[in-house]
Design a protein around this ligand. Structure first.
Ligand SMILES: Cc1cc2nc3c(=O)[nH]c(=O)nc-3n(C[C@H](O)[C@H](O)[C@H](O)COP(=O)(O)O)c2cc1C
Length: 353
């Protein structure tokens, strides 16, 4: 038991955080032409009292985009747009990491600016449909399997995106290795049928993530500006893994010595107690997420089960979540119909108390 709670000061890499409350990364689909919208300046600035903001998933390349109206960090125009956002957050005293998200096989051509088929560890289409603005709901595209010789180039995109993020003023970057996107497609037996050094054994399936983190760390001038998000056992986006406990135990053991900014784990119903299993394997700040509220967030910190707690949906409708938690105030309900709708409604119009 410790006296740490959500309002205790914390530390990530070289900076202090005024509290242990993290805004979880959330895609909000307000970008146009893969450039974040001006509305995002206001949206993120409104939430700057969080101990740390993690941005919406942002693509390292045009190939990494799969959803409608999502942003990238690979052109000068995108970097300039993000710079206004990080300036806005910093002016309000906040801290913000960029989440780098390559969708892999979770993509539809109508949402992309390039004609190329999406890439993935193996040429296996993900079951499920996604929204497109021109053709409404569509099946995910059939991906092309990456050649072994192409993989260093994909990893290099993450490294360049890291450099671009720091140029845009972000305090660090998070590798999105959760929710069934490219890194998780490599980790999981259902989507990775490769026979080269990136598939088969658990050592091989974790290789893409480990090498990507190493490349991002080198690009950032140190691993302490690089975090990672995992979601062991999550079935979202047609992900299936024969043994998530083994996969994530081995992965976390492999990345623990790197000196990363943090490990962020979103829990699912299965495997049970994944946070308790992974926490002792990681030497560094640990962010727990997935269905926490005020009481359960304070409880996991008090018990030493995490150093920070990430909140997703509450942050959509409560820009002043820290103050509301501190005052025991009522929380506003988020309207799911505007999660991914273009425009300001349901985005920057949730009031602070
Ligand atoms: C609208 C919405 C968009 C999301 N987009 C992302 C994303 O881009 N990257 C990511 O890692 N997680 C994403 N998530 C998952 C959240 O980061 C978080 O892990 C999840 O909502 C569970 O936390 P909660 O129960 O506090 O909402 C998204 C969640 C929501 C509700």
């Amino acid at each position: 038991m410790s006296s740490t709670n959500l309002f205790s000061a914390g530390r990530i890499d070289g900076f202090a955080t005024p509290n242990r409350i993290v805004m979880a990364p959330m895609t909000r689909s307000r970008a146009s032409n893969e450039v974040p919208s001006e509305l995002a300046i206001e949206y993120y600035s409104q939430r700057a009292t969080a101990g740390l903001i993690i941005s919406e998933g942002t693509a390292p390349s045009a190939m990494g985009i799969g959803y409608a109206r999502t942003p990238g960090i690979y052109t000068a125009e995108q970097i300039a747009a993000w710079k206004k956002i990080t300036d806005g957050v910093h002016a309000k005293g906040g801290r913000i990491f960029l989440q780098i998200m390559h969708v892999g096989r979770i993509a539809h051509s109508a949402n992309r600016s390039i004609p190329d088929a999406p890439v993935a560890p193996s040429a296996i289409r993900a079951a499920g449909k996604m929204w497109t603005d021109t053709q409404m709901m569509q099946d995910n595209d059939l991906p092309r399997a990456l050649e072994t010789a192409e993989i260093p180039g994909v990893i290099a995109e993450y490294a360049q995106a890291t450099r671009n993020a720091l140029e845009a003023g972000f305090d660090g970057v998070e590798l999105h290795a959760a929710s069934g996107y490219l890194p998780m497609q490599f980790l999981s037996t259902g989507s990775n049928h490769r026979t080269d050094q990136y598939g088969g054994s658990v050592e091989n399936r974790i290789r893409f993530v480990v090498e990507t983190l190493q490349a991002m760390s080198a690009a950032a001038g140190g691993a302490s500006k690089v975090g990672i998000k995992l979601s062991p056992g999550m079935a979202f986006n047609d992900i299936q893994d024969d043994n998530p406990v083994e996969t994530y135990t081995e992965l976390v053991k492999a990345i623990s010595p790197l000196g990363l900014a943090y490990l962020h784990v979103m829990r699912s119903a299965e495997p049970a107690n994944i946070l308790g299993l992974l926490r002792p394997l990681f030497n560094g700040p640990f962010i727990a997420g997935g269905g926490f509220d005020l009481a359960s967030g304070n409880e996991i910190l008090r018990e030493g089960g995490a150093d920070f707690v990430a909140y997703g949906r509450f942050y959509i409708s409560n820009p002043d979540l820290v103050a509301r938690f501190e005052n025991g105030a009522a929380l506003a309900e988020a309207d799911a119909s505007t999660f991914y709708m273009p425009g300001p409604a349901g985005y920057i119009d949730y009031p602070a108390l």
